[in-house]
Structure formats: C-alpha cells, structure tokens
Design a protein. Structure first.
Length: 222
C-alpha cells in the first residue's frame, strides 16, 4: 500500500542517506502545497549530489514565486558558486522564469566568465524571458558566438526584448548558411514588427528552404 505523501514524509526522504530517497523526496515536493514545498526545497538545493541539486533548482521557477527575495539569494548562490554547469544553467533558467531582473548583473558576469556553452545558452534564454532593457549589449555579444545554439538563442531573445535597435544586428543573419537560424530570425523579426523587420521578412519569403519561406509568408499574413 502506498503511503500518503505529507510534508513530514518528504522531509524524511530529503534527509535520507540514500540518493534514491532524496531524489524521490524532491520529486514529491510537487504533490504538496507550494508554500510548504518552498520551505523544504531549500535543503536539497545544497545537497552534495549534483542530481539532487539539479532536480531541486529545476523546480524553483514554479516554487520561487513564494518569495522572490529568498529565491534570488538561493539562485544567485547556485549560479555563482555551484561547481556543476547543469545546476548553474538550471539556476539561470529559474531566474529567467521568475523574471528576477535584479539578477541581470550576475547573469552577465557569469556569461562573460564561464567556459561552459550550456550555461551561456541558459543565460541568454533567461535574459530574453526577463525582458531586461540592459540586455542588448550582452545579446549583441552572444550573436557573435561561434556556437550556433548560443546565436540562435540570442536571436530569439532579441525578438522577445522588443528593442528595435536589434534589427541592424539581426539583419546579417538573413543570409546565414544554417536554415534553422534563418527560421528563428523570421520569428524574432515578426515580434519586432517594424517596417525594416518586415522588409527582411519579405526577402526571406522567397528563401530556398521551404520551412523558412513558409514561416516568413505566415508572419506576413498575421
């Protein structure tokens, strides 16, 4: 018979010596009320095992709403000090999901100093979600990355940011060799929606790759 999940039963799992128990405890936090889950999650975020920390930090974008001040402190610590790139990336995702714009300077600092592309991708995506106006120069830098995933994320983030100063930065990507980048460009330009953005979309409506041309025609009609 399955025992019912309570804050106390989860607490017991979280302090277990067994890794499997602690992982199960973190996953069961989804089954109790968020206020209590938020209190309990603060322990596994410091667990010695990467997987436990990762699973816990990954829930912060929903649970963190309980207290943004505490969440910012916790996530900032993970972003700056966790030894694992996966956990740092999850912390960046959560900061973006919670739109904690006060963390922008920390995100920028880590972006500039980390050798880990995974962390960079998460930071660029987070900054897009936050809609932080100061992000333009970081995203301009990300566009110059030699990692195409970082470039693609930066294109999307510039679309979300909605600053028309991005258009001259985006324009060269209309002739990029990777069609997926051109496809993402159409979506970003559609969001920006200025006459100049529409001009570039019109050009991409006759792209040699069907998916790109199709997306451009769609955005012309909507």
């Amino acid at each position: 018979m399955e025992m019912s999940v309570t804050p106390d039963s989860i607490q017991q799992l979280l302090i277990s010596e067994e890794l499997g128990d602690r992982l199960r405890g973190v996953n069961q936090l989804r089954q109790i009320e968020p206020k209590k889950a938020f209190e309990l999650i603060q322990n596994p975020i410091k667990d010695q095992d990467t997987r436990v920390r990762y699973a816990a930090v990954s829930q912060m974008s929903s649970l963190g709403k309980q207290n943004l001040t505490i969440s910012q402190e916790i996530l900032r610590d993970c972003l700056l000090n966790d030894p694992e790139p996966d956990v740092q990336a999850a912390a960046a995702d959560a900061l973006g999901g919670l739109k904690i714009t006060e963390a922008f300077d920390d995100l920028q600092q880590v972006y500039q100093n980390t050798p880990e592309w995974l962390v960079k991708v998460s930071i660029v995506a987070a900054i897009g979600e936050m809609g932080e106006p100061k992000a333009l120069s970081l995203l301009e830098d990300a566009l110059k990355s030699d990692n195409e995933l970082i470039q693609t994320m930066a294109i999307s983030a510039l679309g979300e940011l909605g600053n028309l100063a991005a258009i001259p930065l985006l324009k060269p990507f209309a002739v990029h060799s990777d069609w997926q980048i051109r496809y993402r460009l159409v979506q970003a330009l559609h969001r920006l929606g200025s006459p100049e953005a529409k001009q570039i979309i019109a050009q991409l409506a006759s792209d040699r790759v069907e998916q790109v041309a199709q997306e451009a025609k769609l955005s012309q009609s909507s």
